[in-house]
Structures are given as C-alpha cells and as structure tokens.
Design a protein. Sequence first.
Length: 500
Amino acid sequence: MLLHISGLLGCPDSTFLHRLSAYCIYIHPFLPIMSPSLTTGCYDHPVPVRIQGEVEDLDPRSLPHWPRSSLTLALSAILSLIPIAQDPNSSLESSIRSRRLHANLCAKAALGQVENEIDTISIPTTADPYTIGEEGQFNTPVQLHPVLALVLLSVYEYCQRGSLPRMRSRANQAITTAMDLSLHQLGADSTEAQRRAWWNASPIICLGDSRISTPLPTFQNAAVQPWALLLESEKAILSVSETFDECLVNPPTDSAACDRSKKIAHLDSHITSIIKQLDLLKKPKYNGAIESSAAQGMWRVATVARIRLHRSRAFMDIPLFLDKYCDLAAIQERMEATSAFDPRRTPHLDSVFPFTEQDSSLVCLKSAQVIARTLENIPIANPHLHPFVAADRKPNGVTGKAPYMLPFFMCAAMQGFYVLLMLHYRLRAALESKHLPMYYYLLHSPQIDSESQDAERLLRELRQGMESIIGAVKLAHMFEGVGSMSQEICVAHQSTLIED
C-alpha cells in the first residue's frame, strides 16, 4: 500500500545557465566530468513543484521541465535528492520519500534513454562535434551523453541506493560505451570533453595500457595538472592492498620479506612524492574557480593512500566500526572469527614492514589531521552564496539552509576518523594510567613537568579533527546509500564524548 505524500521537489530550470549552475555547484567539485564554460557566478535556481499524491504516478508533463537526454536525466536523478530552501519540511519522511521516488524516476528514465542513444549515436564526420540537440547544454557532444550519464548513474546507484552490483554494472557499461566510441584511442587533437568522458569512465587498471592514447584532461590555470597524480594515487592504493594481501596469503621467506620491505618503502616514497606535488593545490584561491575546487578534491586521495599503507602497522587493524567500509576491519568479522586477530598477520607485517609502529602511527596522525583540515575547509558551494565558501564558514548576514555536497570524500573521512579516534583512545588511556612516556613520539617536544598538558592539547586537537570530519559527513546526509557510514562515524564519536 503506497503512502499518500505531499512534498516539494526542486526541478532545475530549463535554461542553459541554470542547468550548468546546478552541475557546477553540486557535482563538478567532486566529479568533474565536463569542462564547464562558466567559472564564476554559479547559483542554484530550482523551480519548486508541489507534488500531491503518488510520485510513482507522476506525469512528467506536469513538471515545468522534463529532461530529454540521458545526461540531463542522470543529472536530475542526483540533483532531485537535494532539499530546496522553499521546503520548510525537507527533513520529514514524506519529503525525503518524494525526493527519493522522483530521483529514482529520473534514474530509470536516464537508463532507458541511454539505450536509445547508444542505438543511434555515431562518431560525427562532417557535422559539428559540439552539436548537442535541442537541450543545448554543457558544451558536451550528444555522442558523449550516454557515457557521462552512465558514470553519473553509477554514482547514483552507490551513493543513493547503496548497490555495489548496480554501480559496477553502470560503470562497466560506461567504459564499454566509451570504447565503442573509440574514446580511448584519441590523439592530441581530442577535445577536453572527449578526454574527460574517457578518463572519468575508465577504471584505474587502464593506467599504463599501451592501447590507450587519449591525453589526460587539463585544469584551467592549475599550477600542477592533477589528473595524472590522481591516477597515480589510486594506483598506489591498489598496490597497497595487493602488498598486504601478499603478506597474508603467502608467508614470506627471508628473501621475500626483504623484497616486500623494499616494495613498501618504495610505495611510501612514491606516495609522499605525489603529495608534495599536489601540495601546490591545497590552498587555491576560490574566487569562483570551480576547476580549482575539483583539483583539490583529488589531493585527498593521495593522503588516504598513505594512511592505508601505514594503518595496519600502526593499529594492527583493530576494528572500530560495526560493518566493513573502505577496507577497514569490521567488528562483525572479528566477532565471527575464532580469535580476535589473524595469527598469521602480525608476524608477517613485523618482518616485512620497514617502519616501526611509532613511525607509522605518526604518519597516520599527520595524514589524518590533514584530511580533517581539508574537510573542515572544503570549498563546497552553497546555493544561497556566491560562488564557493568553506563548509564551516558563512558570511555575516547570510541566512538559508546549509550547503550540501556529494559524498565522494566518505572513505577519506572514515580513514581519517579511524586514525584520530584510535589515537584518542590510546592517548587518553596512557594519560589516565600515567604511562604517557610511551606516546612521547606523538607530542611536540614533551617534558616530564608538562607532559599532561601536552597530552591534553593533543587530545583536544584529535577531538577537533573528528568534529571537522563529522561536520563534513553531515553535509551529505541526503544520500541514503552512504547513510550507514555516516551513522557509524557519529555513533563512534558519541561514545568518545560519553567516555570523556
């Protein structure tokens, strides 16, 4: 039995400017799939539509505009999830359900339109490659619409519906469609739109494939072009996982242990080099430069890679969250295991890891603090402000609802939060038990007569870092597929407050 609902939905205005603005505000800083023609003056202009009855029975013709291309339908699926300022009851279940059902309606229509467009598109020869039909948006050729729509739908399936199988299915279809269009075999004369379509669709395993000739996308006015560094960071995360899997599955001989130790040291050096290059992107000037905000998002990936490399050595993969997320151990798994820890794991890491537990703990601390600071000052767009503001800042006299953002940072948030909370537990226990000297390496120039104050200062910094991460996580609350991740972080944080 369907519930009767009455709620407000936000439908993007049909004009080119308003559509591009909605994309620039909510999606581009996290998923720069298009090269926008606008870099300033991005405002959200949703048209409020009151829905009476069942969204499942909604006639698209009753809306002020119903998108016709797969790309705009896929964009609408994501944008429909964002509450609008005109809805005073946006947090009520009826309003949430309205947005959910409308987004699903758009996603289904987008997938159907993808099939239609795939059947009809072909690489243009004499026609203008930027001919884009009646809807006229994004400076993106119609030939690329199904590829980009599938990329967006893969994001929708995971972030909103929490479905990994559907996410993989959409992503696989995106790269297949891109290859059918030969987007992987383009040369230096390829357009920025074509480059972004390919490199947003292709998986990390394509990096270094000799069959791929399409150049990487470029960012306007960037001191360092980050796309290659992003791919290297993602590849480093994959290499870290493979290295640890080798340590668990194949007990190393003396020679193998030496080889793996060198490999881990090389990985750490490589990741550190990437971070140093991306440091130039940490504090760009956000005077409307949405390309800069997108580039900064890539910088966090390298920091996560370094945490992932050192986390197991520092904390022995002690579980903190109930379920498994982002390669973090789960309490549920340990409860089902016959023993608290895998007896094979720790000796192998001790024999192959070229860093001490103290070294790795300090690396994790610094990396987690960096993640917390970037999330605290993440340059997200507020639909009521111009054009980009940090999440924790609001100019005087500005009112309106909080900004929102895509949850592309959730794994960085969980990795950083895990480190901060684990160190908080350890340091607080050492402070209470009078064993602070064992954690002097975490403190700045500790002295016996001031060690307690130094520890309290670091504990306060750790709590502030966790609060910064939680503040960012809450900005993505409207995406239900990652809600459990947010909940795990908030529950763990609440336990810390109670114990304090």
